[in-house]
Design a protein around this ligand. Structure first.
Ligand code: ADP
Ligand code: ZN
Length: 434
């Protein structure tokens, strides 16, 4: 059985988990009712008192929280403790609008450390290992969140933060990092840069990567594992709920275990708001069970995913969520068809094309157009022009059969698409839809 940071909870029975969740839900509902005006008002409006919530079975009686609610109460309206008890502030990176400020008490930071430590242990990281943290340090939760977990586990963190790729490579080589944490798109770029710099990644001590904060595909995982000579694990989280570590992947690499002693996950039909079955896609909704400073109830993440209660080979009992396919906000509606950038990435990598791509959506008259630009890789480079146009046609055909709409495929020069040090920006929408 693999090493587990807190086996007594990570491998608890369903009944034990349900009991813990019920007890904590009762407490948290009381906490938000007493301390957050928005929740008191919402619950009063629908005639729900904290006493009406007796177990997790009553969860669906509670109101939802939206990103808009958090923006409307910016900066501190959702805080449930006085500022003197707040140890640290963070903010969402604002990928989809105005940023949101969140707070943590000392205890919240300890809990955060625990859940991230669970991820590190599940990825096989031990006390003697050095973890190179190339997520941004700052208001973004990535850097300090992983560092909190490393401190809790007792391994060594190397707070490199993001940027300056040449320096990152020098540190990987000279400091002998055993593990690295960053966004998957940056991991790809690091692999590519290592190759250019003539570094043989097989010779580095590096063996594990912890990647998250943006959607990535299985194909991209394989690319990263190959180029950095590591095993790559997925980690999921969001600022509004905690930061990285809300869910974590184990050695099975088949879904992420949700830290159910701290969060309840629901997968709901975005229109009816009713739970969907295991394996069916829906909007991911989280309820915090232990947060003191910034507890949110039934928070609609806008992320789309699935869950499964099936037993996992690693022995952990927490439910597993799929890789989120993307956010409802990322979903492009092109000529009435729903398109996720991750579907396009899958096609590219299945054809062994470059993972450096860009999606350009435009409108010609009344018609939406979709163009996928992908960088030429060395293999293709040596080919003739007619080979390139044959490949462009093949790509366009495959995109059409996967997405259900026509797309133009264009190869562009290697290195011409901007690399990202944090979250990748894949889509350029020129339609001015708002
Ligand atoms: P922002 O919302 O401003 O980008 P966050 O850094 O809190 O700020 O981003 C959280 C979001 O990042 C999640 O809601 C999800 O859409 C995305 N995300 C985080 N981890 C993953 C992951 N492992 N796979 C896919 N998407 C992820
Ligand atoms: Zn598992």
């Amino acid at each position: 059985m693999e090493y587990c940071y807190q086996p007594e909870i990570e491998k608890a029975s369903r009944e034990e988990i349900k009991n813990i969740q019920s007890e904590r839900l009762v407490n948290i509902v009381k906490h938000v009712y007493e301390n957050v005006p928005l929740y008191r008002e919402r619950m009063d409006n629908i005639g729900i008192k904290p006493e009406d919530i007796k177990s997790v079975d009553d969860l669906n009686k509670l109101p939802f929280t939206s990103k808009q609610d958090l923006r409307d109460t910016y900066p501190y309206g959702m805080f449930a403790v006085p500022m003197e008890n707040v140890a640290r502030l963070h903010a969402s990176s604002g990928t989809t609008g105005k940023q949101i400020v969140v707070g943590y008490t000392q205890k919240d930071l300890d809990n955060w450390g625990d859940i991230v430590a669970r991820q590190l242990a599940a990825a096989g990281i031990e006390k003697s290992d050095k973890v190179h943290v190339a997520y941004g340090y700052g208001l973004f939760t990535g850097g300090l969140g992983i560092a909190e977990g490393a401190r809790r586990l007792g391994c060594t963190s190397i707070p490199v933060s993001s940027g300056n790729t040449a320096r990152q490579l020098t540190i990987l080589e000279d400091f002998g990092s055993d593990a690295i944490a960053c966004t998957p798109s940056y991991a790809m770029y690091l692999g590519e840069s290592a190759e250019k710099a003539g570094i043989d990644t097989k010779k580095l001590p590096l063996r594990v990567g912890i990647f998250g904060a943006e959607p990535w595909t299985e194909e991209m995982r394989r690319e990263i594992e190959k180029s950095l000579s590591i095993k790559a694990y997925d980690i999921y989280g969001l600022t509004e709920i905690m930061g990285p570590g809300v869910a974590y992947e184990c050695s099975e690499q088949n879904g992420m275990h949700v830290n159910e002693d701290h969060f309840i996950i629901e997968i709901l039909d975005p229109e009816t708001h009713l739970p969907v079955k295991d394996g069916e896609k829906g909007e991911i909704v989280f309820t915090c069970l232990t947060k003191e400073a910034f507890p949110v109830i039934r928070f609609r993440t806008k992320d789309i995913g699935t869950i499964t209660h099936e037993k996992c080979g690693c022995g952990r009992t927490f439910v597993r969520m799929s890789k989120p396919m993307g956010r409802i906000d990322d979903m492009l509606i092109i000529r009435g068809v729903n398109v996720f950038p991750s579907q396009i990435e899958t096609v590219l990598l299945q054809m062994n094309l470059s993972p450096n791509y860009q999606i350009i959506v435009d409108r010609k008259g009344v018609l939406d157009t979709l163009e996928v630009q992908v960088e030429i890789t060395e293999g293709i480079f040596s080919d003739t022009i007619s080979d390139i146009s044959r490949l462009e046609h093949e790509l366009a055909d495959r995109l059409k059969s996967t997405l259900g709409i026509a797309a133009k495929a264009t190869f562009v020069a290697a290195g011409s698409i901007a690399r990202s040090e944090g979250k990748a920006k894949r889509v350029i929408d020129r339609r001015n839809l708002d």
